[in-house]
Design a protein around this ligand. Structure first.
Ligand code: SAM
Length: 329
């Protein structure tokens, strides 16, 4: 059967296999194959290889199934789609009966899964948390791995999207050691923790007490407590950081424009701003650029360094990021 695999030189095979194991991305369903000095390592269907290492070469290949293992497709007769957050498996099915059938098959199979959930609501409210139907297992707290960091979180209490891994990595790669990094809507720390790992001095703010508790634990888990300050509250009420930030992340699409005045107060004389937005694909970047200029000028000169499409959000709607440089005049 044709499966997605990573192809690499045989001598790099063990290193790449370890990388995939650490990222929960190795499929146990198929054999690893070596052909003509190249090794083919099968990927878990829920894995996003770009979030592990954008340089990995991903190909389709017929690989033999491993013996004595049962997979959801063996039970169901079709390949279900699902994604993974640590050992919580997430299905996205509108039909409750089909969702339950898939969950039962996942739990009865040899796929690693403690809990299976289905989406029960959109992401909602100020805290941006979704409701879930728990279809099997009961522990919704898990540890998710992303680009060498570990994030502990409970999906019923906090926002977290594994689909943004590549985007977060894009931003984190720009972070320099010693810079002052301020995440205005930090969640459990998927920007703050890796930024601190790169040597930045970081502040993360969130309204959600549970998210801040996890952010503190995640700083500890990843060995960066000395460079992370976690603050629970409305970022507009935080004091003591005027003119402080060399880099600001604003990942609250739909409402980020309401917080631009606060971002400008936080900005140092030369500050990078990563502004997330959701807009119609007819003019995705215009509204954000206008809002940033309105808030920053004339005090700052604004240069939009990158106009980046993160992903499609809905038909004709894009999730995007504007990377802006703000220089005090
Ligand atoms: N940055 C995190 C990530 O990428 O996973 C979380 C992003 S989530 C879309 C937005 C976060 O902003 C939520 O955790 C929510 O609780 C927080 N939030 C909403 N309004 C806020 C406010 N006024 N001040 C601080 N945090 C806020």
């Amino acid at each position: 059967m044709s499966v997605r695999c990573v192809r690499t030189a045989r001598e790099d095979g063990e290193e790449v296999r370890q990388l995939l194991v650490e990222a929960d991305a190795l499929s146990g369903e198929y054999e690893i194959e070596v052909v003509d000095g190249e090794i083919y390592i099968p990927l878990d269907p829920a894995a996003d290889p770009r979030s592990i290492d954008p340089e990995l070469e991903v190909v389709e290949r017929d690989l033999p199934r491993r013996e004595a293992q049962t997979f959801p497709a063996d039970i169901l007769g079709f390949e279900p789609s699902y994604e993974r957050l640590g050992d919580v498996v997430i299905v996205a099915e509108d039909d409750d009966e089909r969702a339950q059938t898939i969950a039962d098959a996942i739990l009865a199979s040899d796929v690693r899964a403690e809990t299976v959930v289905n989406r029960a609501s959109p992401i909602e409210g100020e805290l941006r948390v979704r409701q879930w139907d728990v279809l099997g297992g009961d522990d919704t707290e898990t540890v998710h791995r992303e680009y060498g960091c570990e994030f502990e979180l409970d999906i019923t209490e906090v926002y977290f999207s594994p689909r943004l891994a590549t985007e977060r990595h894009r931003v984190i790669e720009q972070v320099e050691s010693g810079e002052r990094f301020f995440d205005m809507f930090a969640g459990v720390g998927p920007f703050v923790v890796p930024a601190a790992k790169r040597g930045a001095e970081c502040v993360g703010v969130d309204l959600n007490e549970a998210a801040i508790e996890y952010l503190r634990r995640n700083a500890e888990r990843n060995g960066v407590t000395d460079r992370v300050t976690a603050i629970c509250g409305d970022v507009r009420d935080v004091t003591g950081y005027d003119g402080w930030a060399d880099r600001i992340v604003m990942n609250l699409p739909h409402r980020a424009d309401e917080f631009l005045d606060t971002a400008i107060e936080l900005a140092s004389d030369d500050c990078r701003l990563h502004y997330y937005d959701i807009q119609p694909d007819s003019d995705p970047f215009g509204p954000g650029e206008a809002a940033i200029c309105d808030a920053a000028e004339p005090e700052y000169a604004v240069e939009i360094e990158t106009r980046h499409e993160v992903r499609s959000y809905a038909p004709h709607e894009l999730n995007l990021c504007l990377d802006a440089r703000l220089r005090r005049r």
